[in-house]
Write a protein of this length. Structure first.
Length: 85
């Protein structure tokens, strides 16, 4: 069994994290058995999808950046990677 899917690692020491209940927001809370650090893992796929949707909407010219409801500087920062797609 070499699957590492859905098994985040500790930012601090790189150890595997174990599930440690949930946060108030319903996210799984993770805890490192080695150093005791706890973290919640943001789902980069979901965040990226949201960013790319906004980027795509803007790039196809139907909406201006201001209409997307995101500050211009934030928009450029969060969608800079989209240009590489
Ligand atoms: Zn750790």
């Amino acid at each position: 069994m070499a699957t590492i899917a859905n098994q985040p690692r500790c930012d601090v020491c790189g150890n595997k994290l174990v599930k440690n209940g949930k946060t108030g927001a319903g996210r799984t809370r993770w805890r490192c058995k080695n150093c005791g650090a706890s973290s919640t893992v943001t789902r980069p796929d979901i965040t990226a999808k949201k960013q790319f949707t906004g980027f795509h909407r803007w790039a196809t010219g139907k909406q201006s950046i201001t209409e997307l409801g995101t500050p211009r500087s934030t928009f450029h920062r969060t969608t800079a990677w989209c240009w590489q797609v």
